[in-house]
Design a protein around this ligand. Structure first.
Ligand SMILES: Cc1ncc(COP(=O)(O)O)c(C=O)c1O
Length: 358
């Protein structure tokens, strides 16, 4: 039925496949930045907490009776921790971006997406009622030009805290432009929550920006926190609006109760062990600087080669040495890169051995 399409994908050398990798490989490829997905203590704590309740599954949408005490306690904890008025759990980051963009960008509004924004935002923009524009990656001047020249009721701007492929941080000047034009800013912290900032809470923490009414944060739980799901943070008005208008919140079963309990344990653990994570991060960033000569800002290390075959060869060489890394090629990125996740749970010797390949 889809033979023709598959043949075209194969011909373009873009056929993807899934693989179960051996647990013996040292993982420098996943988004488990802090190694929490191996932490069985957190798993046990979450399990025991869920056991105390009559219901361990959400059973329905949050707008029916799927909202669980475990969801509520996690939201309250995260609001307090990050300084937002309210939080809202969502099934996944993909669903969260769809929820935000589809419901918030109304007719006469404009959506301004950073050109490197995640695929979920691009997909959501097709469902939005307003007009969509891209601004050059991290370019606050290009953003300002658009805000100056276009006519609109509301402007909704989407950026990532740490960009998922390149590993660069959002330009802090974008926050200033947002305020100057009274726009709404959505910060996707999928790769920054749990990995940057003095409290490892993401870019608001890193840049010491106190959340305002026009700030919205989205963070995922399947990366640094070692669970699955996502949450959105914002003002009371924004969260109330989403609960009433966001279709992927209203017409979807509430997030997994166990996964939210696990994420809650994960965030508590990160706060309790903040110092040791920051220390290990410094140590690894120093290694990167010595080896590659640049200053690393996030836990995503990008090595640009621009040659598809070269990055595949390097990935295979690393595999033979027992290391799992990413070889990312167009169209996911503009030019081929090796992507190494500096997982803080990996041993220093493994970092050294891996770096010696390059
Ligand atoms: C920047 C970014 N936003 C959103 C998502 C989607 O999150 P989730 O995996 O929870 O659906 C991802 C990737 O997974 C991502 O990298």
């Amino acid at each position: 039925m889809y033979k023709k399409e598959l043949t075209a994908i194969k011909k373009a050398n873009r056929l993807r496949n899934r693989e179960v990798f051996s647990d013996d490989l040292v993982d420098f490829a996943s988004n488990d930045y802090l190694g929490l997905s191996e932490n069985k203590e957190l798993l046990k704590c979450a399990y025991e907490r869920v056991l105390r309740y009559k219901y361990h599954s959400p059973k329905a949408s949050m707008l029916v009776n799927g909202y669980h005490q475990i969801h509520k306690e996690f939201e309250l904890y995260m609001s307090e921790l990050c300084g937002f008025e309210e939080s809202l759990v969502v099934g996944s980051g993909y669903l969260a971006n769809i929820a935000l963009i589809e419901s918030m960008v109304r007719r006469d509004d404009i959506l301004l997406l950073d050109s490197e924004f995640h695929a979920s935002g691009v997909m959501a923009s097709k469902l939005a009622k307003g007009r969509t524009y891209n601004f050059s990656h991290n370019d606050e001047k290009d953003l300002e030009n658009l805000l100056k020249s276009l006519k609109y009721k509301r402007a909704i701007i989407c950026v990532e805290g740490v960009y998922s492929m390149e590993g660069d941080l959002v330009n802090p000047k974008i926050f200033e432009v947002v305020d100057k034009y009274d726009a709404i800013l959505i910060v996707d912290e999928a790769h920054s929550s749990g990995s940057v900032g003095e409290n490892l809470l993401g870019v608001f923490d890193l840049y010491d920006i106190k959340p305002k009414k026009n700030h919205i944060k989205m963070a995922t739980l399947g990366k640094a926190v070692g669970s699955y799901g996502a949450y959105i943070q914002g003002s009371h008005e924004i969260i109330e609006y989403l609960i009433n208008r966001a279709k992927s919140v209203i017409y979807s079963t509430a997030p997994s109760v166990f996964d939210i309990a696990l994420a809650h344990e994960g965030y508590k653990y990160i706060q309790e062990n903040r110092e040791s994570f920051l220390q290990k991060k410094d140590e690894i960033f120093t290694l990167v600087e010595k080896k590659f000569g640049f200053i690393q800002k996030s836990l995503i290390l990008k090595l640009e080669y621009g040659d598809n075959q070269k990055v595949i060869d390097l990935k295979e060489l690393a595999l033979r040495e027992g290391f799992l890394i990413g070889a990312i090629r167009p169209p996911t990125v503009k030019s081929a890169i090796v992507r190494i996740i500096l997982r803080l749970s990996c041993e220093r010797e493994d970092f050294e051995k891996l770096f010696s390949i390059f």
